[in-house]
Design a protein around this ligand. Structure first.
Ligand SMILES: [Ca+2]
Ligand SMILES: [Ca+2]
Length: 409
């Protein structure tokens, strides 16, 4: 990761360009658990956090039943499954390296462009400029096929992991579940590849993907990625989406804050915009991950980063991953899970941010312990769904608030 970052800076220095680095701790070299039964056997690392009872007895996904989805309970994500009222799913755009949409835990969780799904192959049925864009678009190769390409096919698909942490299918007996299982549907936008120029994000490509996501109804834009230089045009796009009052394309941008010792958080986390929600990576000990970059003050919420299981290769492989990419996806899925439920489902992006994220979530007494470097000396509020009224509110994570409080002098 450090090497990638240095490459990024070098590129910036001579080309004043823009570089995208996919985060994820060790997404390319992480431990493989592909033996029979994974992820349905209890994993040792899932016991590193304080034991939190499995909160939802009705959920049958094998990783949940095995106690491996501690990270769902850590953010009280199961409460987003059982809140009163019928969920109105929120579309979450996943800006990443594509995804294996045929995976058993993803194929029923996709945003679908119904006009194209019912339309004619090879025809731009909805006239949006993209032919056959059923579940998103590949902006690297300009294709409706959003699956990983080239060298990405031989690696862990970062975008498959993050999409599954947002919205993996629940109660299908297999694999994992996620805070947004019932409340999120993922739009797959491939904006980076694994070789050559495709590894560097083109600002024009990013701008097109932003336009597409907001035009097609995404209300949360999830970036488990960052870049270290920007352009006036890209700044203007993000300002319109994430800052301007009354914008017709307002959406919530969930941005990763890296934890590999980078001196700054990078974009889009570095933007000081009102609709940016930053994911602060939390490690196995309730601590902010060592090496977490400084980020602007604002809507910064902690979410788990380590020992997290996500979907990998199709049709049924899973991976154990760590890194701030996980935190970002989990936070995006949790926000969607809450936003999809009454009474919050009627709120605009600004209303949801003001009333729920800023007014309640950021006010929670549950805080992470501080990491070793500023500006996180006082910890960060831990994202959770305990604000939802639900019969399962007895989840221990809600009964035992205040993992960390700054000692009074
Ligand atoms: Ca179209
Ligand atoms: Ca599942």
């Amino acid at each position: 990761m450090r090497r990638l970052y240095n490459r990024c800076m070098a590129f910036r220095s001579y080309a004043a360009g823009l570089c995208l680095t996919i985060l994820g701790g060790t997404p390319w070299v992480g431990s493989a658990h592909e033996s029979s039964g994974f992820p349905c056997q209890p994993l040792p690392c899932s016991t590193l956090l304080p034991a939190t009872p499995v909160a939802d007895s009705k959920t049958n996904d094998c990783a949940y039943r095995a106690g491996n989805l501690w990270w769902v309970d850590y953010v009280a994500g199961s409460l987003a499954w059982n809140a009163p009222g019928r969920p109105k799913p929120v579309t979450v755009a996943v800006f990443d390296d594509g995804a294996w949409i045929d995976h058993e835990d993803l194929r029923n969780q996709l945003w679908t462009n119904e006009t194209e799904a019912r339309g004619k192959a090879g025809v731009d049925d909805d006239g949006n400029g993209y032919v056959d864009d059923v579940h998103g678009w590949d902006f690297v190769d300009d294709s409706p096929d959003v699956s990983p390409k080239g060298a990405c096919r031989n690696r862990v698909s970062h975008g498959t992991v993050t999409a599954s942490l947002i919205a993996a299918e629940r109660n299908n007996h297999v694999g994992i579940a996620a805070p947004g299982s019932d409340g999120a549907r993922v739009m797959i936008l491939r904006i980076v590849g694994c070789e050559g120029d495709a590894t560097r994000a083109d600002p024009v490509r990013l701008a097109r993907a932003l336009d597409y996501a907001t035009r097609m109804g995404a209300r949360i834009l999830s970036f488990s990625a960052h870049w270290n230089a920007t352009t006036p045009e890209l700044d203007a796009k993000f300002r319109e989406i994430a800052d301007r009052p009354g914008s017709q394309v307002a959406a919530i941008v969930v941005a990763s804050v890296p934890n590999k010792g980078e001196p700054a958080a990078g974009y889009p986390a570095a933007y000081d915009f009102r609709r940016i929600v930053r994911a602060i990576p939390i490690g196995n000990d309730d601590m902010i991950s060592p090496g977490t970059s400084p980020a602007p003050a604002g809507l910064n919420l902690g979410a788990p980063s380590a020992c997290v299981i996500g979907a990998a290769s199709p049709p049924s492989q899973y991976r154990l991953e760590q890194g701030s990419s996980n935190s970002t996806a989990i936070l995006a899925g949790l926000l969607a899970g809450i936003w999809s439920r009454p009474p919050y489902d009627k709120l605009t992006a600004d209303g949801f941010l003001t009333e729920v994220v800023e007014g309640r979530m950021a006010m929670t007494p549950r805080r992470s312990k501080p990491g070793s470097r500023p500006p996180y000396l006082e910890g960060v509020p831990l994202a959770d769904a305990c604000l939802l009224a639900t019969e399962h509110r007895s989840a221990s994570v809600c009964r035992q608030p205040g993992a960390y409080r700054e000692p009074r002098p």
